[in-house]
Design a protein around this ligand. Structure first.
Ligand code: GCO
Length: 447
C-alpha cells in the first residue's frame, strides 16, 4: 500500500468530492420544489433516528457560493452533486420549473468558473412524491418519466456537465427502499422489490440515451459495490453470501455491463425483459462505483423472509458508524470487477469516505486524524489496484460537507468540512487541508 503525497496515482487522475441534493440543499418548499419521498418519509415518526430531516440541513440552496468557494480552496478537479428531480418537475412530469433549472444552471457555471468539472447525478433518491403515489419504481412508467427528466437536464447542462451519473446506488434503493424499508419510501416487499431493480435499470438505460441525444459528454453510473464475504466457511453461509453478491452487486452490474441478468433472475423481472436489456446495456464512458467496506453475510435463521443476514466483517477497526475500515477491500473489489467484466470502461470511485463525529476544539480546529488515515489508506488501495492493471481514473470523497445521513439523520458526520447545524457555519477539518495538499502534490508531481 502506497502512501505519501500523491500515492503514486497516474497522471491526470481526478480528485473530487461528492454530495447529494436532499442531504445538503434544504429549502425543500422553496421556489416551486415539489415534495419528494424523503420529505414524506422523514415526517413519519420513528423513521429517522433523531427525528430530523433535510428541510434545512446545510442550507446549500442559499449558501452554494460559499460551498463552491470551499471546493475552489480544496483544489478539486471535479465535484459530484445531485439534481433534485422535484425542483425540476415538482410532480415528476410536465413542464420544467424555471427556478429549479436556474439553480443548477448557476451552480454549474460557478463550478466551471472555478475550474471544477461538474459531475451530475440525476437521481440520488429524492423521487417526486407524486410518482411514488402512482407506484414509484414499482411502476414501469416511472422509468419513462425519468428519461423525460433526463432529457430536460441534458438540454440544459449537456454541454457543461463533464460526467453524468443517472441513478445513485440502485441496489440501495431496491433493497433498502423497497425490500426491507429502512429508507424511503419505506416498503418491506422483500423479493417483491425485484421489479424496482428492473425499472431503475431501464430508467438508467433510457436516461443514457436521452443524455446522449442532448449532447452529454461522459455518461456512467454510481453503483454501490462491496466484496461479499461469508462469515464462516459453512455451506449455508457460503450459499447465502453468493445470493447476496448476486443481489447486491451482479443484479445491477451484469445487465449494464454484460446485457444479461445473473442466472435465475430474468424470469422474476416484469415486462419485455430481453428487449429492455438492450436498452439497459447502453455503452458507458465510465463505470462509477461507491465503496465503503466489504459486506459480511451469514445464512438467516429458518423461516426468515430472506435467506441471508448481513453483518459487519469482524477483525477490522471501525468508523463511528460501525463500518469496517478495510482499504484492501477496495483493491479486491476493483480487481474483481475488472476480472468479472473485462470490457468494463474506465472506473471512477464516485463515493468513498467515513463517518467520524469530532467537531471544533477550543481553538476552532477539527482534528479528524482518523479520516485522514482512512482517506490515505483508501487512496493507497486505489493505487494498488492501478498497479495491478485496473484502469481507475478518479476518486470522489464522500463528502464535501457533513450532511443529512438518511435514516441516521445528523448523527453521522462524513464531511471534509464540519457543519454546525444551528449556525450553519462551515469549518474545514484537518482532513480538508490534508486532501488539498494531496491534490496539490499530485498536480505538482504529474504536471
Ligand atoms: C450512499 C449514499 C450517500 C450516503 C453515504 C454514507 O452511498 O448511501 O450515496 O448518500 O450518505 O454513502 O452512507
Amino acid at each position: 500500500m502506497q502512501t505519501g503525497p500523491s500515492h503514486g496515482l497516474p497522471p491526470g487522475f481526478l480528485f473530487g468530492a461528492s454530495t447529494a441534493s436532499y442531504q445538503i440543499e434544504g429549502a425543500t418548499t422553496e421556489d416551486g420544489r415539489g415534495p419528494s419521498i424523503w420529505d414524506t418519509f422523514t415526517a413519519e415518526p420513528g423513521r429517522v433516528v433523531d427525528g430530523s430531516s433535510g428541510a434545512v440541513t446545510c442550507d446549500h440552496y442559499h449558501r452554494w457560493p460559499e460551498d463552491v468557494a470551499l471546493l475552489r480552496r480544496l483544489g478539486v478537479d471535479g465535484y459530484r452533486f445531485s439534481i433534485a428531480w422535484p425542483r425540476i418537475q415538482p410532480t415528476g412530469s410536465g413542464p420544467a420549473n424555471q427556478a429549479g433549472l436556474d439553480f443548477y444552471d448557476r451552480l454549474v457555471d460557478a463550478l466551471l468558473e472555478a475550474g471544477i468539472a461538474p459531475m451530475a447525478t440525476l437521481y440520488h433518491w429524492d423521487l417526486p412524491q407524486a410518482l411514488e403515489d402512482g407506484g414509484g419504481w414499482l411502476d414501469r412508467g416511472t422509468a419513462s418519466r425519468f428519461a423525460e427528466y433526463a432529457a430536460i437536464m441534458g438540454d440544459l447542462l449537456g454541454d457543461r456537465v463533464a460526467h453524468w451519473c443517472p441513478v445513485n446506488e440502485p441496489n440501495v434503493v431496491t433493497l433498502n427502499g423497497y425490500g426491507e424499508g429502512s429508507l424511503a419510501p419505506g416498503k418491506a416487499l422483500e423479493f417483491g422489490a425485484l421489479p424496482v431493480a428492473h425499472h431503475l435499470l431501464l430508467g438508467h438505460g433510457l436516461a443514457v440515451q436521452a443524455l446522449r441525444a442532448a449532447g452529454a459528454r461522459q455518461v456512467g453510473t454510481a453503483t454501490n459495490h462491496a466484496p461479499v464475504l461469508p462469515l464462516s466457511g459453512s455451506e449455508a453461509d457460503v450459499t447465502a453470501a453468493s445470493l447476496f453478491d448476486a443481489l447486491w452487486n451482479r443484479l445491477f452490474a451484469d445487465p449494464v455491463l454484460l446485457g444479461r441478468y445473473p442466472d435465475g433472475i430474468a424470469d422474476a423481472m416484469p415486462g419485455p425483459v430481453a428487449e429492455d436489456l438492450l436498452t439497459i446495456a447502453q455503452p458507458l464512458d465510465f463505470y462509477g462505483l461507491n465503496y465503503y467496506n466489504p459486506q459480511g453475510v451469514r445464512a438467516a435463521p429458518e423461516g426468515s423472509p430472506v435467506p441471508f443476514d448481513v453483518a459487519a466483517v469482524p477483525g477490522y477497526p471501525t468508523t463511528d458508524f460501525g463500518w469496517p475500515v478495510a482499504p484492501s477491500g477496495l483493491t479486491d473489489l476493483l480487481v474483481e470487477m475488472t476480472e468479472r467484466y473485462p470490457q468494463i470502461p474506465p472506473i471512477l470511485i464516485t463515493e468513498n469516505g467515513c463517518s467520524y463525529g469530532m467537531g471544533p476544539d477550543a481553538d476552532g480546529v477539527v482534528d479528524d486524524q482518523p479520516r485522514i488515515d482512512y482517506l490515505d489508506s483508501h487512496l493507497g488501495a486505489v493505487a494498488d489496484a492501478v498497479a495491478r492493471g485496473v484502469d481507475v481514473r478518479g476518486y470522489y470523497c464522500w463528502s464535501l460537507l457533513d450532511n443529512f445521513e438518511w435514516a441516521d439523520g445528523f448523527t453521522q458526520r462524513f464531511g471534509l468540512v464540519h457543519v454546525d447545524y444551528d449556525t450553519l457555519v462551515r469549518t474545514p477539518k484537518r482532513s480538508f487541508d490534508w486532501y488539498a495538499d494531496v491534490i496539490r502534490a499530485h498536480r505538482g508531481t504529474t504536471a
